[in-house]
Ligand binder design. Structure first.
Ligand code: HSE
Length: 308
């Protein structure tokens, strides 16, 4: 027996919501989990890059694979251990680009294995295991539920979350550069502590951002996509980010520009066709840095993970 699931890409942080806010995007990885026919055959992990675009060779195909690690925790949760299992991951989500490719395979592995086992775990358990493996909940929550999610890991490892409707007219453009940035590197440049002044800035912006989404208020959102907790430190790793912010400041129908997750992709939020009007100027910035970019505009993905 085998089960396949489809899991969306995600963009986390949205500026001030570090490790807390995330949005799902309509690009999908497919994860299939099956019991192997031959007992004793152990673990088999296959990774298929459907577009032949990404460096999937470096992804572990043994016990160190994150989908496997997540599945192992699920088995432990029900008092069993994983023996013979085959995991197939078809990747469409760009790898190491800040678009939640790791969250998608963690969630995909968990949801598929849970189905295979007869659904012993509910979504709360899946979310908690996924957050534990990923280290933060901001990608895995929208990967499971779709849409715009606010999430928080509690002291006992459980995750509280809320999903708020994302306005249809707010389009999401991701600028995906041709280079990778490992999340661990992007987290390593963050300081151990920040000033109360900067922390207070982020608390204000993040609270007002959530309220802007709730009220679907574009003018309010524009004032909230600013951050002093991670972006100032990561900016040096992300070519063109500073210049893009300068270009987009005060452009009509552009609501803001933030680092997507840990980068290096950049997320631009615009109203309707706002991004199209500036697309050529945006391309020029990256040309100047000799960075090839794949630029894609999406509506929010609202479905989350589905069994196929
Ligand atoms: N919130 C995380 C970070 C997202 O910014 O490091 C990484 O996927």
């Amino acid at each position: 027996m085998k089960v396949s699931v489809k899991v969306p890409a995600t963009t986390a942080n949205l500026g001030p919501g570090f490790d807390c806010l995330g949005l799902a995007l309509p690009v999908y990885n497919e994860v299939t989990v099956e019991e192997t026919v031959m007992p004793g055959s152990g673990i088999e992990i296959n990774i298929i890059d459907e577009n032949n675009m990404y460096d999937v060779l470096s992804i572990p195909k043994d016990e160190n694979n994150i989908a496997y690690k997540a599945i192992e925790l699920l088995y432990n949760f029900i008092g069993q251990s994983v023996s013979d299992i085959k995991i197939t991951i078809k990747t469409n989500i760009p790898v190491a680009r800040g678009l939640g490719s790791s969250a998608s395979v963690i969630v995909g592995g968990l949801v598929a294995a849970n189905e295979l086992l007869g659904k012993p775990a509910d979504n709360a358990v899946i979310l908690s295991i996924a957050s534990e493996v990923e280290g933060h909940p901001d990608n895995v929550t929208p990967a499971i539920y779709g849409g715009f999610c606010i999430s928080s890991i509690e002291d006992d490892g459980s995750v509280s979350f809320s999903k708020i409707d994302w306005p249809e007219e707010w389009k999401l453009t991701v600028i995906i550069p041709d280079y990778e940035l490992d999340t661990s590197i992007s987290r390593s440049v963050l300081p151990e502590s920040i000033s109360v002044k900067d922390a207070a800035f982020n608390v204000r912006k993040c609270a007002m951002l959530v309220d802007a989404v709730y009220k679907q208020d574009s003018e309010q959102l524009k004032k909230c996509l600013k951050d002093k907790l991670h972006q100032p430190y990561r900016e040096k790793l992300i070519k063109g980010f500073k210049e893009l912010n300068e270009l987009l400041e005060n452009k009509e129908d552009i609501l803001g520009c933030v680092i997507s997750g840990a980068g290096p992709s950049i997320l631009v939020i615009s109203k309707n066709d706002g991004f199209e009007k500036v697309q050529n100027e945006v391309k020029n910035i990256f040309d100047d840095f000799n960075v090839e970019c794949d630029i894609r505009t999406f509506d929010v993905e609202n479905q989350g993970t589905i069994v196929i």
